[in-house]
Design a binder for this molecule. Structure first.
Ligand code: AMP
Ligand code: ZN
Length: 489
C-alpha cells in the first residue's frame, strides 16, 4: 500500500537526488508527515511505547504492537539514529490488584512472574531490549506521579473530590479529544470516571489518584491526599517524562490506547509542563481473531507460549506479525504461521545456497545488493510489504542467476552482506538451535522409545512431531536432527 497520500510536506515529493526523508502517519494529524526529530537528524530519537499490564501472560495481539514498535526502532537505528526507547510495565491497576488478592499474595510477588515471562517472550520474538523498563510501582515513579498530581492541583487542572480521590478537570484542558478527534461539544462530558478504561459515552473528569478502598487490600501508598494509588494514565505520563523529558519524539501503542489512555496522557503531561508532550503518535491496528479484537476480556487469544507448544517458533510469529503493514487490521489464523514458516524456508534456502556459492570470495558489486530500495520502502511509513517484495524479488532473481550460472561468487557474497544489513531491521535470520521446547521434548521421547526398540511408539512420536511441523532425520551414530517440514503451508 502507498502511505504517501496526505503528506503535508510537498518538498518530500519534489524530484530529488537525495534520499526521501522518513515519513510516518501521525494519528494526531491523520496525515503522513516527514519525520523531524527534536534533536537534529543523525542524533537521538526518544520513543515511548506503552508496555504490558503484568497480570497475565501477554497475548499475541500485544505482541503485534511490540513487534511493530521493534521494527520502528530498528529501522530508525539503521538510518543512523540513536533510539532511546522506554517501555513501561503496568504493575499496579485494577486487574493486578484483583489477581494478587485472588491468590492471597503480595502484589509484587504476583506481578514478578509475569514480568519474567514477558522478558522471555520479548527475547523469543527478537525484540531489541529497550533502554529502560520502568515499573509503575518503582518508588521514583510513584514519586514523580505524586509530584505531577500536586502540580496539576496547584494549577487548577485537578481537584480532590468528596470520595477523597483526585480527578483531572477536563474543562481546564480544551485540547482534550484532539488526538482521538472527538467533538467534546457533542459528547458533553459530565461527572467523573474512576475506572481507567472508560467509554466515549461516559467521558468525564478522570482519576489521577484513587483513594484507598477495601478492594485495594494491602495495595496503597501515602500521598498528600491520603492513602491510595495512581490511576493508569498518570503512570505513563510520569514514567515517560521522568525518563525521556517533557517532549518526546514518538509515542506508540495499539489503536485501543488512543482513547482514553493517550488522550489522558497528553492532558496530564501538557498541563504539567506547558510543552507539547509528543510530536508523532503512531498506533498499530488490532490483531483480530475471527474478526474481533484479540483480547483477554473476550477470551479469544493465544499467547506465544500456546504457539510454542504447538511447535511454532517466535521467529515464525515475528514474521507473521511483521509482514502485514502496522496500520492494517490483521486477522490471525494458525495458517498464517504456516505461511510464515514457508516464507522463512525460502529465506533459509536462499542463504544456504548463497553461502555455499560465495565460499571465501571477496564481495563484488551487485545491483540488488547496492540498492537502497528496501530501506526506502520502510522510510515510507514502514511499508513492510514493499520492503519484503524487494527481498523476495532479490531471492527469485538470484536463484535464477545461480541456475543460469551468471551469479559470481563475489556477487553472492555481496548479497549475503546486504542481507546482514537488512536483517538488522527484520531480525529474521535462521534459528540457531531454535527448536521449540515442546517439539524437542517429543523428539527426546522418541529417541528414548527408539533406543528401547519400541518401534510403534517411536513411529507415533515421529508422526506427532511431524504434526507440529517438524521433521526428524536420524543420523548415523549421532542424535537425530530436527528441521521444519518443507512446504508446510
Ligand atoms: P495492555 O496490556 O492491554 O495495556 O496492552 C499492551 C499493548 O498492546 C498496548 O499498546 C495495546 O494497545 C496493545 N494491544 C492490546 N491488544 C491488542 C491487539 N489485539 N492488537 C494489537 N495491539 C494490541
Ligand atoms: Zn501507557
Amino acid at each position: 500500500m502507498c502511505a504517501c497520500h496526505g503528506d503535508a510536506d510537498a518538498e518530500a515529493f519534489a524530484p530529488t537526488t537525495r534520499p526521501m526523508p522518513i515519513r510516518f502517519f501521525n494519528t494526531r494529524s491523520r496525515a503522513v508527515e516527514t519525520f523531524t526529530p527534536i534533536d537534529p537528524p543523525g542524533a537521538t530519537v526518544s520513543l515511548y511505547t506503552c508496555g504490558p499490564t503484568v497480570y497475565a501472560h501477554a497475548h499475541i495481539g500485544n505482541f503485534r504492537a511490540y513487534t511493530f514498535e521493534d521494527l520502528l526502532q530498528r529501522h530508525l537505528e539503521w538510518r543512523g539514529y540513536v533510539v532511546r526507547r522506554v517501555m513501561n510495565l503496568t504493575d499496579v491497576d485494577d486487574k493486578t490488584i484483583r489477581g494478587c488478592r485472588a491468590e492471597g499474595i503480595p502484589l509484587a510477588q504476583f506481578t514478578a512472574r509475569f514480568k519474567t515471562a514477558f522478558f522471555e517472550d520479548l527475547e523469543a520474538m527478537r525484540i531489541r531490549p529497550a533502554e529502560a523498563y520502568p515499573a509503575a510501582t518503582d518508588p521514583e515513579n510513584i514519586g514523580q506521579m505524586i509530584a505531577m498530581i500536586a502540580r496539576l492541583l496547584e494549577s487548577g487542572h485537578a481537584y480532590q473530590a468528596d470520595d477523597r480521590s483526585v480527578y483531572f478537570r477536563l474543562s481546564a484542558f480544551p485540547d482534550y479529544g484532539k488526538l482521538a478527534h472527538l467533538d467534546l461539544a457533542e459528547l458533553r462530558p459530565g461527572g467523573r470516571v474512576r475506572s481507567d478504561e472508560y467509554e466515549k459515552e461516559s467521558i468525564g473528569d478522570f482519576a489521577l489518584w484513587k483513594a484507598w478502598d477495601e478492594e485495594d487490600g494491602e495495595v496503597a501508598w501515602e500521598s498528600p491526599w491520603g492513602r491510595g494509588r495512581p490511576g493508569w494514565h498518570i503512570e505513563c505520563s510520569a514514567m515517560a517524562t521522568r525518563l525521556l523529558g517533557d517532549e518526546i519524539d514518538i509515542h506508540c501503542g495499539g489503536v485501543d490506547n488512543i482513547f482514553p489512555h493517550h488522550e489522558a496522557e497528553i492532558a496530564q503531561s501538557e498541563c504539567c509542563t506547558g510543552k507539547r508532550f509528543v510530536r508523532y503518535w503512531l498506533h498499530c491496528a488490532h490483531l483480530l481473531a475471527e474478526g474481533q479484537k484479540m483480547s483477554k476480556s473476550l477470551g479469544n487469544f493465544f499467547t506465544l507460549r500456546d504457539l510454542l507448544a504447538r511447535g511454532f517458533t517466535g521467529r515464525e510469529l515475528r514474521y507473521a506479525l511483521l509482514s502485514v503493514h502496522y496500520r492494517l487490521p490483521l486477522n490471525f489464523r494458525i495458517v498464517s504461521l504456516e505461511g510464515a514458516r514457508s516464507a522463512l524456508g525460502r529465506i533459509d534456502e536462499w542463504l544456504a545456497r548463497l553461502t555455499d556459492h560465495a565460499g571465501t570470495a571477496p564481495a563484488e558489486p551487485h545491483p540488488a545488493a547496492g540498492s537502497d530500495a528496501f530501506g526506502e520502502a520502510l522510510d515510507d511509513d514502514l511499508n513492510i510489504s514493499a520492503a519484503l517484495a524487494v527481498l523476495f524479488d532479490a531471492i527469485r532473481d538470484s536463484h535464477r542467476a545461480l541456475d543460469a550460472q551468471t551469479l559470481t561468487a563475489g556477487q553472492a557474497r555481496s548479497l549475503l552482506d546486504w542481507w546482514a544489513g537488512i536483517d538488522t531491521v527484520l531480525a529474521l535470520s535462521p534459528e540457531v538451535g531454535g527448536i521449540p521446547a515442546a517439539v524437542q521434548a517429543l523428539a527426546d521421547e522418541r529417541a528414548a522409545a527408539r533406543a528401547a526398540k519400541n518401534w510403534a511408539e517411536s513411529d507415533r512420536l515421529r508422526d506427532a512431531v511431524r504434526g507440529m511441523g517438524w521433521e526428524i532425520k536420524d543420523t548415523r551414530g549421532g542424535p537425530a536432527k530436527l528441521s521444519p517440514v518443507k512446504g508446510a503451508a
